[in-house]
Design a protein. Structure first.
Length: 244
């Protein structure tokens, strides 16, 4: 490891300048391997902080890869079984996933909780939880389905990280419109966003900008959090106004 390297000093300086990251309250550890891969470890306060740390680390000059060992501090501390039960309930409630086979890993066995087959099948999702980290494997029919499943996992109290390994079949070309469409879907499903139609979404190179009007600061923060939870979103600009 090269703890005193100029690369690490550059990354530290960039992290200090990022408003979503509070290194004093939520310190992270950085190490550089001999082949200039950056190992990032620790616990951060939000999905936004995690993504910004990884983005800054990955775009630093001379860094040849990032090893992600960051976790998000959970809103509540829950056991893996409770987290899995919460995730199962959300997946089963999601209208868009009604034609997906849903399975959960319990004690090393895959248990089917919803069966879907035939030509109308829109996915086969296997969910597992270990040490608060949710892993999603299998396939989904679209990028929107993949992104939705990932956000639902982040919504579960106790979740510390989401590893979204869902394949999209048939493969789709990702783009900014796909991100905006997925976020619209998520906001419509979010019980904490009573009027999603008042929120405008614009995505440019995976940077999401939110505009419009919400009733409370809580709603404003929640909409931003939903955007950060989307697969492949690198940055969120929250221009939502709070008012009646």
């Amino acid at each position: 490891m090269k703890n005193g390297s100029p690369i690490l000093k550059t990354v530290w300086a960039a992290l200090e300048r990022e408003p979503h990251i509070n290194l004093h309250s939520w310190p992270v550890r950085l190490d550089l391997t001999d082949d200039n891969a950056l190992v990032v470890e620790g616990e951060v306060e939000s999905v936004a902080a995690k993504k910004r740390v990884l983005e800054i680390a990955g775009t630093a000059p001379e860094v040849r890869g990032v090893v992600d060992r960051l976790h998000v501090a959970p809103s509540e501390h829950k056991g893996d079984g409770e987290i899995l039960d919460g995730l199962k309930a959300l997946l089963l409630e999601a209208r868009e996933l009604k034609n997906c086979t849903l399975r959960v890993m319990k004690k090393g066995q895959a248990i089917t909780v919803q069966e879907a087959g035939g030509e109308d099948a829109s996915g086969d999702i296997l969910a597992a939880v270990k040490d608060g980290v949710v892993t999603l494997d299998g396939w989904a029919i679209s990028l929107s389905h993949k992104r939705l499943a990932g956000v639902l996992a982040w919504w579960v109290p106790g979740c510390r990280d989401v590893v979204d390994g869902l394949e999209v079949a048939p493969p789709e070309q990702d783009n900014d419109d796909e991100v905006s469409d997925a976020l619209s879907l998520v906001l419509e499903m979010d019980p904490m966003i009573p009027h999603p139609e008042q929120i405008g979404i614009h995505t440019d190179n995976y940077v999401v900008t939110l505009e419009g009007l919400v009733a409370t600061q809580t709603e404003k923060d929640r909409a931003e959090q939903d955007a950060w939870c989307l697969f492949a979103v690198d940055k969120v600009i929250n221009n939502l106004a709070v008012g009646r």
